[in-house]
Design a protein around this ligand. Sequence first.
Ligand code: ZN
Length: 365
Amino acid sequence: MKIEAAMVNEAKQPLEIKELNLDDIKDNEVLIKISASGVCHTDAVGRDGGTTPLPLVLGHEGSGIVEKTGADVNSVQVGDHVVLSFSYCGKCRNCRAGHPGMCEHFNELNFGGKNFDGTYRLHTTSNADVNVFFGQSSFATYAVADEHSVVKVDPEVDLNLLGPLGCGIQTGAGTVLNYLKPAPDDALAIFGAGGVGLAAVMGAKVAGVRQIIVIDRNDNRLAIAKEVGATDVINTDDVPLEKLQDEFPEGVKYAIDTTGSSLLIKTALGLLQPAGECVVVGIGGKLELDLMSDLLLESKKLSGVVEGDSQPQKFIPQLVQYYKEGKFPFDKLVRFYDFKDINQAFADSKSGAIIKPIVLVNGHE
Ligand code: ZN
C-alpha cells in the first residue's frame, strides 16, 4: 500500500515526508494506522547515520489503531488501540527468561534495518529498499510490525499521548521498577532530566523511594523534576560536580545515568555507597576507570540496561494504569507537533526546549 513517511536519505540532513510503498503483512505481523509518534534522542542519532543503514524511516515510539492482523497473530484485533515498542525475537534464552530488552538479536532486529526474516517491507516508488527502525518506522501514516512489538492499551486514554511509553518513558521508569527495584530507604540519584531521567523520577516515586536526587544544568527541567517527584535537585552550574559528595555525604544506593557523559558516570560512581550500583541508559562513548578505587574496593557495580528491562506487553499497560490513577504524570513532558513540522520537533528536542515532542500523524488516508 502507499503511505507517507518521514525519510532520511542522507546522514545529518532533515527528514523529508515522501510517498513510499509498504508491503502487505505476513502471518506474524500487524498493520497499524499510526496516530502519533514520539521523538527521541535515538531518532536523532539514526538520522545522523549512527545506528542503521540509510535510506531509513525513523520513528520508534508509535501509537495507533490495528487495521489488519496476520494469520498467526493472537494478542491484538482490528480496532485495538496499540503502542509500538522495541523488537525482540521471543525465542532466545533471555527472551524466554522474560528479559526481551536483553534479546540476543536486539541490535539486528532494532537497528539492522530489515524484517525478522531478513527482507525489507518499505520501498521507494521506484522500488528501492528502505530500512526500518526498531521494527516499526512509525514516522509514517501506516506501519507494519511483528506481533512482539505491538502492545494493546486502554482505549479510554488519549492514544496520541501513549507512543513514548514504547521506548523512552519505559526505559526510565523500567530501570527503576523492573531492574533496580529500590526499597523506600534506598536513595537514588538520576543524572540528566530529559524524558528518560524524568520517567525514572516518576518510577522512583511510584516505588515509594524517599530520596530522589536529580542532577542537570537546566533550571526548567529541574523544576519539572521537582513537580514529578524529585526530593533534591542540583544544578551543576551552582554546585560543581566535585562538590556533589559534600552535598550528600551519606551517598546513594543507586544511580542512573541518562546522559552518556563519562564525567557524570564517574561522578555517579563516586556518589555510590559501598555495594551500590550505577546503571547507564544513555548513548555515550569511552569511559576510563580506576578499577580498584572506582569499583572493586567498595564492591560497586556499573551496568548497562536496555529498555528498562521491560516486558512491554505487561509493563506498558501498567504505566497507562499508573497514569490514569494520577501517579505517573508523563503528559507534563509532552508537546504535540503536526507531522509536517517533524524537523522542528527534532530541533526542539535537541535544544531541550521540549522534553518529549510527539508528532501527530493521524488524519491521513
Ligand atoms: Zn530474543
